[in-house]
Design a protein around this ligand. Structure first.
Ligand code: NAD
Length: 500
């Protein structure tokens, strides 16, 4: 069994905290590696390495920084099979989906390749007599990303892609459950030409996260994970004067109006609810059919479609989804199914007893479907993060609109309809950050930004796109005066300067 080490100053670094976390193969249930958990001193070492690299990297011109991003993209593409296999073996998502995880991250790297344009400042010539005003977006210094298990390639790339392109140096603290791909990405970044110390990976748990949040040299923290921890990171980071964005959990609803194209809805829903075993913050675990007729048809069609889903090992190219990430997570998901039953929802399809022949110890869960789920049930209010779809019936458009709007989470929502007016009205009024219209997983493209509302995000600057550039830079505005001649000297003024 191998140990997974930190990556500091362009090389593997073996920590000596003596603390480890097991990394499982979710297909077999076996421990396949141990990842080191950093001590406070080891976190400090990584931060010092990033600090040492900052001066030179931040003064490297943006075109050269962009060239590193171009080369990084090329290297990740050249190694995508190896990366996807590694990702799939630790996370459990199928290979095609693992490639999608990497590809969506690369799209942000493509955006970062345009940093010379995106980081340009503003200029006003002649704001006053002989006065020019210009602003520049300067990098912050050492910045950090703390990431969840469910997108071990995409979410780190969302963060370090834009941050490093902007001239910052970076500490990545990935999930301890699937830590290998983040390390490979850092190795490839160095191979792409980023100087040592520009991207460092430190593995760990709360000890490492707290060390980051308390370190005086850390200027910004980007976090993605569950909401309670996101809230904690947001508060503690802000208390320590760091810029923080902290994305949290989700419970996304798909609203189905009576005029929706039901064939397409069934395809979209099964993919969005059960793909990646439901372990996506933009999954659709709740479907809200409007009207009893729509609900009955939807239920009937889901009941006949769900048995066609193939649950298999992550390397099975015919499998629709693989195991969940750990036994503990499997137990949590099954616990929520039990809770739903206890609370009185009707369990129409039960995936709890599913077992994959030959892989009985793997962390597999069959697809489950609930009907007659009510808003007051805790199994509806909380995130399950597994292959579980809940039908919540609504009598009207307004009732359907109110469900995601009043839910504690507000990451994504989708509406399925052919009625443009209803869709437009829904998109304008729903109290959720990302909306899909006949699009089940409305993750915005890389040059727009990603971010939910309510308990799905703390802080108000989104991930990637121009908001990413704003998050990872600070604006400096210069007002400069060069009068045309000495005759234009001004007298002292004790009044705040105004434009005449
Ligand atoms: P998690 O909250 O358990 O872990 C996220 C990160 O926090 C990891 O790096 C982990 O090591 C660290 N961490 C864990 N416990 C900690 C503690 N007590 N103190 C400080 N740090 C701690 O999340 P997860 O299970 O890895 O990921 C799944 C969650 O992430 C789900 O809730 C999902 O909705 C959410 N998520 C949200 C988005 C989004 O953009 N809103 C995207 C992906 C995932």
């Amino acid at each position: 069994m191998c140990d997974i080490h930190h990556f500091i100053s362009g090389q593997s670094f073996t920590g000596n905290s003596g603390r480890y976390s097991d990394v499982f193969d979710p297909n077999t249930g076996e421990v396949q590696a141990r990842v080191q958990l950093a001590s406070v001193d080891e976190v400090d070492r990584a931060i010092q390495a990033a600090q040492n690299a900052f001066e030179s990297w931040s003064s490297t011109n943006p075109q050269r920084r962009a060239r590193v991003m171009f080369e990084f993209k090329r290297l990740v593409e050249a190694n995508i099979d190896e990366l996807a296999a590694l990702l799939s073996k630790e996370h459990g998502k199928v290979i095609a989906d693992s490639k999608g995880d990497i590809q969506r991250g690369l799209e942000v790297i493509e955006f970062a390749c345009g940093i010379p344009h995106a980081q340009k400042g503003e200029y006003t010539f002649g704001a006053g007599p002989g006065i020019d005003v210009y602003s520049m977006r300067q990098p912050l210094g050492v910045v950090t990303g703390i990431t969840p298990f469910n997108f071990p390639a995409m979410i780190p790339m969302w963060m370090f892609g834009v941050a490093i392109a902007c001239g910052n140096t970076f500490i990545l603290k990935p999930s301890e459950r699937d830590p290998s791909v983040p390390v490979r990405l850092a190795e490839l970044m160095i191979e792409a030409g980023a100087p040592e110390g520009v991207l460092n990976v430190i593995h760990g748990d709360k000890v490492a996260v707290d060390a980051i949040l308390e370190h005086p040299l850390v200027h910004a923290v980007s976090f993605v994970g569950s909401s309670d921890i996101a809230h904690y990171v947001y508060q503690k980071g802000a208390q320590n004067h760091k810029r923080v964005q902290a994305m949290g959990g989700a419970k996304n609803h798909g609203i189905v109006l009576p005029d929706a194209d039901m064939d397409q809805v069934i395809k979209d829903l099964t993919g969005a609810a059960f793909g990646s075993a439901g372990e996506r913050c933009m999954a659709l675990p709740v479907v809200v059919p409007v009207g009893e007729r729509t609900a009955d048809e939807l239920r009937e069609r889901l009941v006949s479609e769900i048995p066609n889903l193939r649950v298999g090992v992550s390397t099975d190219s015919d499998a629709h989804y693989g195991p969940v990430v750990t036994q503990a997570h499997k137990e949590r998901v099954v616990g929520w199914i039990n809770k739903g039953v206890e609370e009185g929802a009707e369990l129409v399809v039960d995936g709890r007893e599913f077992s994959l022949q030959g892989h009985e110890k793997g962390f597999f869960i069959g697809p489950s479907l609930f009907d007659h789920v009510k808003p007051e049930m805790s199994a509806y209010q909380e995130e399950i993060f597994g292959p579980v779809l809940q039908i919540v019936r609504a009598a009207s458009f307004e009732e359907a609109l109110a469900l995601p709007s009043n839910h504690q989470y507000g990451n994504g929502v989708a509406i399925f309809t052919q009625n443009g007016r209803a869709a437009r009205d829904f998109a304008a009024r729903v109290n959720v950050g990302m909306v899909g219209i006949n699009v089940p997983i409305p993750v915005p493209v890389a040059y727009h930004t990603f971010g939910g509302w309510k308990r799905s995000a703390f802080g108000d600057i989104n991930q990637h796109g121009m908001e990413g550039v704003r998050f990872w830079t600070k604006t400096k505005t210069v007002t400069a005066r060069f009068p045309d001649s000495e005759l234009e000297h001004t007298d002292s003024s004790f009044v705040i300067p105004t434009m005449k």
